[in-house]
Design a protein around this ligand. Sequence first.
Ligand code: CTP
Length: 319
Amino acid sequence: DGELSLSRSMINSSDKLTRKGGSSVFHHAVEGWKINSSLVLEIRKSVLQFLDAERDVSVVKSSFKPGDVIHYVLDRRRTLNISRDLHSLLPEVSPMKNRRFKTCAVVGNSGILLDSGCGKEIDSHDFVIRCNLAPVVEFAVDVGTKSDFITMNPSVVQRAFGSFRNESDREKFVHRLSMLNDSVLWIPAFMVKGGEKHVEWVNALILKNKLKVRTAYPSLRLIHAVRGYWLTNKVHIKRPSTGLLMYTLATRFCDEIHLYGYWPFPKDLHGKPVKYHYYDDLKYRYFSNAGPHRMPLEFKTLYVLHSRGALKLTTGKCL
Ligand code: CTP
């Protein structure tokens, strides 16, 4: 029936590779890559059976009122109060309503981007999606600067902005958000307990500084729906990573999806070390099953889609 299905043996072999820490099967088959438009349409249709990214990309104001109590998506026993600030930042309508693009870039955060020279190419796409408020200015040659949609896990406040302990951390954050202008800032605030005060601080700073950024907070069903889609296609991923979520959402809006910065392996094809993130010293955590994600399996899946022309995965230099 032409549906995307990935054979079990392929997935098993990717797990073996993962254990060995190797990545040598992934030949860099970029030359001769061609979009397979009918497959793109097929995937869009089949994702739509699980979620409508236009709607699930964010809850909207009318879904809640201040004071409502909701259960965390991945932590059902814990609850969160919809504060006044949070409510005031919920969009009236989906920030992705009626938005369609010919080409999109989804930029992951792997160190494989360093020295890639991909900045210009990334910025040339009609719509650029980035993850976890990754810095761009210092890395512009390799990663570009355009950011139309950027995700931010609440933990970023701690990891990259010193939990806003100092005025300078807050200033740095406000500066970073002001650079985004009216791009979409996507904050998964309802996933797990732990980040609620970070989200509140972020919301307060956005309001106080009258930042133009368009906040979005993924729907309560998004992650289950995305997992359901991949499970149905025999890809067993318990917690899709931000990068996989973004690709899945992008299938709704983009005719041609180009992925950069996806490389969850400690070495490149020539055996050279690759940093986990292009911009910090975080270490690889995702090689055991203890980690929340199975990025190497996700990568293998995306690689198969690349080979079939459903998306283009760039893991080398841009010319
Ligand atoms: N990524 C990758 N290889 C890496 C690092 C990241 O393929 N070495 C991709 C993953 O799809 C990841 C995305 O880039 O979800 C963004 O990276 P990061 O900010 O590190 O996401 P995490 O915090 O690790 O994962 P998540 O936000 O999904 O918990």
